[in-house]
Ligand binder design. Structure first.
Ligand code: SAM
Ligand code: SF4
Ligand code: SF4
Length: 337
């Protein structure tokens, strides 16, 4: 039986983001700074990660509660072995209309064809700079743009829809705002500028490092003619514009400057199987223990319904209004983007 549920602020449950792994081959300063995620950092042992069987079981339950979109993320999701096997099982779940994958793109050249064959429709590839030196600095691993470019090409070649995500941070990659727009427009790829967010405790976030959508748009409009695009569906995250005379769009994820909590329909499952009803929750709800207990699907479903019914998270709205209480926050690499 399909039940569509609402939280205490009348928001339905529509999206589930699943972090399949906490490890990553990059050390982006804004996400996994190398000083903290160093050689001896204790990542989760395999036994602590949700198994594919567990991910499929929980996804079926979420689908029965109205979830239509799944997004696989991490850490770097392509570091998890045989991800295509998981995707092929997720695509066949009744009610799931869309599956996305967010990746840094380095391993896409190797996997794009398999992912497409497994039923994946689209990928979001993160790329913060076209400049090799800056890109190496930003990813903290001395990896140039070449493998990411090859990943983008392989994804297109395999027939996957491609969007590019760029986190914009003042005094870091401002110089790349326009070159990235030109590159993506030329390639017919939707670029999404992401405002630098205050996720976790390790990335040294300060408001003064945020370049807002308004500022970005002004920079773009000095060079391009843009027209706004209507929202596709309730809860759409990106504010989108189209380059006039083309079908190519550019989007903005305005988590800081224009919060969008009132239409937030997303739940997140961390790599170790905890459920978070907001990106900024400090503590999740341990679904893994429940999945590994004697609990039936019906009991798990009731547990999630009760959680969602009580949900009142609106962290970004509260930050904008200055009413936010200080709270513990979870790291982005753990919970996924
Ligand atoms: N490793 C994959 C990647 O980079 O695409 C997937 C996981 S990553 C945590 C998901 C998304 O979160 C990426 O697009 C990344 O740029 C973004 N992200 C990470 N830390 C961020 C921050 N502090 N502010 C805004 N976006 C961030
Ligand atoms: Fe890794 Fe993605 Fe975080 Fe960069 S943003 S450190 S690629 S998880
Ligand atoms: Fe959703 Fe929390 Fe982000 Fe608001 S702050 S949009 S509730 S994840």
């Amino acid at each position: 039986m399909n039940r569509h549920i609402k939280d205490s602020l009348d928001r339905p449950l529509r999206d589930l983001r699943i972090s399949v792994i906490d490890r990553c081959n990059f050390r982006c300063q804004y996400c996994m700074p190398a000083e903290i995620f160093h050689e001896n950092f204790q990542f989760l042992p395999k036994s602590e990660l949700l198994s594919y069987e567990e991910i499929v079981r929980i996804s079926k339950i979420f689908a029965s509660l109205g979830v239509k979109k799944l997004r696989l993320t991490g850490g770097e999701p392509l570091l998890r072995k045989n991800l295509s096997t998981l995707i092929s099982e997720l695509v066949s779940i009744e009610g799931i209309e869309d599956i996305g994958l967010t990746t840094n793109g380095v391993f896409l050249k190797k996997h794009a064809a398999d992912l497409k064959a497994a039923g994946l429709q689209r990928v979001n590839i993160s790329l913060d700079s076209l400049d090799d030196v800056l890109f190496k600095q930003m990813n903290g691993r001395d990896i140039g743009t070449k493998p990411v470019m090859e990943g983008i090409a392989a994804a297109k070649e395999a027939g996957l829809g491609v969007k590019v995500n760029m986190v914009v941070k003042k005094e870091t990659n401002e110089s790349q705002i326009l070159p990235m727009a030109r590159f993506c427009k030329e390639e017919g790829i939707q670029l999404r500028y992401i405002e630098f967010m205050d996720v976790g405790h390790t990335n040294g976030w300060q408001l003064k490092n945020v370049i807002t959508k308004k500022e970005l748009l002004e920079m773009l409009q000095a060079e391009f003619e843009l027209e706004p695009v209507e929202e596709d569906y309730f809860g759409e995250v990106a504010k989108r514009f189209r380059y006039k005379g083309t079908t190519t769009e550019v989007g903005f994820i305005t988590s800081v400057s224009e919060s969008f909590c009132s239409s937030c329909t997303r739940a997140r499952l961390s790599a170790n199987g905890s459920l978070y009803t907001c990106l900024f929750n400090g503590k999740g709800h341990d679904l893994k223990s429940l999945l590994r207990s004697e609990m039936s699907d019906e009991e798990l479903t009731d547990f999630i319904i009760s959680l969602w019914n009580h949900r009142d998270d609106r962290y970004s709205d509260e930050r904008a209004a200055g009413t936010r209480k200080k709270q513990e926050k979870i790291e982005m690499s753990f919970i996924g983007g």
